[in-house]
Write a protein that binds this ligand. Sequence first.
Ligand SMILES: C[S@@+](CC[C@H](N)C(=O)[O-])C[C@H]1O[C@@H](n2cnc3c(N)ncnc32)[C@H](O)[C@@H]1O
Length: 404
Amino acid sequence: MELADLDALLGAEGQALLAGLPPYDEGTTLAVARRLRAAGHDPGLVATALTQARLRARALGRLGERAGRMYFTPDGLEQASRATVAAHRARRYEGAAGAEGLVADLCCGIGSDLAALASAAGGRVLGVDRDPVTAAVARANVTALQVDHVDVQCADVTGLALGGVTAAFVDPSRRGDGRRRFDPAAYSPPFDFVTELAARVPATGAKVAPGIPHAALPLAAEAEWVSERGDVLECALWFGPLAQPGVRRRATLLPSGATLVGDPARPVPPGPVRRYLLEPDGAVIRAGLVAEVAALTGGSLLDPTIAYIAADDPARTPFARCYEVRDTLPFQLKRLRALLRARGVGRLTIKKRGTAVEPSELRHRLDLSGDREATLVLTRVAGKQTALLVDPVPPVAQRSTSTT
Ligand SMILES: C[S@@+](CC[C@H](N)C(=O)[O-])C[C@H]1O[C@@H](n2cnc3c(N)ncnc32)[C@H](O)[C@@H]1O
């Protein structure tokens, strides 16, 4: 989309066209386009409006019902923070703008974080993006969402003076040339910009990839890995007054907001298979806080290199999924096949960690038959390839926090 297309869409005819579109349905798009063109609408404007309708429909899952009022570019939507995560992150900025201050969202994209920050900051907020169309879309979105006290500038953030900025958030681009960039030095702006920004504006937060190596994390930052319904979405870095004193690693689970802090260097005792098997949430694993969950549950690690915890009691923590262990055997195809036949297992969920086994190939070789369903965990126990037949224990929805 060009700037002129967005301007046309925001004009009276564009708005009427967009508002009058039927609910988006891929199958009827061509017919709708034909009808609108036949009614005398400009073909370019019709195409822009239909593209917005498609992007709005696609954005629903990520941004909720407000997506129906927003504007998008395909790239901007792809990179926009989920509304739930943006709202969680924005809570750290509550009141950060105050009467005189200014909160800056540097690299605001189409404005998902910007809108959340503006709701939380309680004062003036500035969004900046170097791409003119993206910045214009962000501007259209703050208007559409009726978010007050927000300005949007089109500029390269690396050249900004930052005068009057009292708190900052930066979400660098992690895509370029159609690829994801895993190396923080290849982000745009590069990761060094984040640490330099934190030196200039102490109340700084940043969003980085959840796979960021721990060695790349600045010593002064609190790093928070966030997952939603088990999907690890991001790592947020918090500096200065936005960080919780004394905390360096945190795992937060959405939508509950259950949050765990602790020490990634804490040792975890090794131990044998016990009655229950705990599988920590991905945010806990990425944050290096498996030992904290083991401590909370009185558990031990089946293998020093694998994030499975053995425990005597069912987990009373939201930070791990719990399974009851029914059978344990060395991983040998013949023995496993015999056991599954004896149990009448015809449908098998296979979970694996620390083994090269390919689940679909294994399922084929097991040649299952029977009415029962089972969960098989393939992993190492003290270095030995082991198969565990387990039953999921219903999750515990409770908040729990551990502090160092
Ligand atoms: C990951 S997106 C931001 C998404 C945003 N937080 C949201 O939730 O909608 C990153 C944005 O940074 C912008 N960007 C990259 N390098 C920049 C730079 N040096 N100055 C300003 N903007 C930049 C890109 O144009 C892109 O829109």
